[in-house]
Design a binder for this molecule. Structure first.
Ligand SMILES: [Zn+2]
Length: 297
């Protein structure tokens, strides 16, 4: 496997039978399909451990009115909806409309592994769209109310016509590798326990992704990197990110921590790893798995 060849763990390598759509066509029905229901804390409703169909709900048009629903698209011809339940997290009120069955409200991160991966990705899409929709009820320019655009995933100001599209914050995540087979891993302050991962950071206006990689590594651990190579990307709905993964080569410098963000960082061999993300859930895990496969014994 070449260093730039992803390890095959990315979702784009797996079949995802999904066609995005904003509106039903003339033959579509607004009372069939599955619905990703999220509450005020963006917990996902599961019925008997799965995403419910509209006809699992006692009174779907009262529980998730058509005008408040967002069509995500179609999976194998079945409409996939997103709907927000305004009541508090998993409360009885939000659960009351569900027909017989075991109702659970699950945190989206925790739902990875509990749901088919395709459903987990769609749940993230639902969460991002619902959150964007809830946060753009009023125009950022003139303060007037906005309404849904008929044909685009957008909200439009009634007064000044400003359009608001779903918000995405691109972020880079990069595994820095040294020619002796070690990789740079850091324990970020967002992890309360000792836990190391690839460095990451948000893209600033005016930057290319490769420039962000170089700048973020320099800011967070003080080293210079080059030969920045695209690895893969992942939607990351916590809350609005698109993670773009890279590999980069170490060039120069000693580790100097940016202490507001990083508790510790170091060079690690694949057979002497601290606690790190593994597996398929996050692109950090894919980067690390790929590196272990290439350099490990
Ligand atoms: Zn406006």
């Amino acid at each position: 496997m070449s260093p730039t060849q992803p390890s095959g763990l990315q979702p784009e390598d797996r079949p995802v039978p999904f066609e995005p759509a904003v509106a039903l066509d003339d033959t579509g029905s607004n009372d069939s399909g599955r619905v990703f229901v999220l509450d005020a804390q963006h917990q996902l409703l599961l019925l008997d451990g799965r995403v419910p169909h509209l006809d699992d709900l006692d009174d779907p048009n009262e529980a998730v009115p058509f005008e408040d629903r967002h069509l995500l698209g179609f999976s194998q011809g079945v409409a996939q909806w997103a709907a927000h339940v305004p009541s508090e997290a998993g409360g009885d009120e939000a659960t009351a409309f569900v027909a017989d069955g075991n109702v659970e409200w699950v945190n989206l991160r925790a739902a990875f592994g509990a749901l088919p991966e395709h459903d987990w990705v769609l749940a993230g899409r639902a969460s991002q769209i619902l959150r964007w929709d809830a946060e753009h009820r009023f125009c950022g320019r003139c303060g007037s109310a906005t309404s849904h655009h008929a044909n685009d995933r957008a909200r439009k100001c009634e007064r000044c016509r400003l359009m608001a599209f779903p918000r995405l914050n691109p972020a880079v995540i990069m595994l820095v590798e040294r020619s002796d087979g070690h990789a740079l891993l850091a324990w970020g302050r967002q992890f309360p326990q000792r836990f190391y991962s690839a460095l990451a950071g948000f893209v600033e206006p005016g930057e290319s992704l490769e420039q962000t990689v170089v700048r973020e590594v320099k800011e967070e651990v003080g080293v210079d990197v080059g030969n920045v190579r695209y690895f893969g990307s992942q939607p990351w709905p916590f809350p609005h990110s698109l993670m773009v993964g890279f590999q980069a080569d170490y060039l120069d410098g000693n580790i100097v921590l940016q202490e507001e963000e990083i508790c510790d960082a170091g060079w690690f061999a694949p057979d002497r790893l601290p606690p790190v993300p593994r597996g398929k859930m996050s692109i950090a895990g894919w980067l690390i798995e790929d590196w272990i496969q290439r350099t490990g014994s």
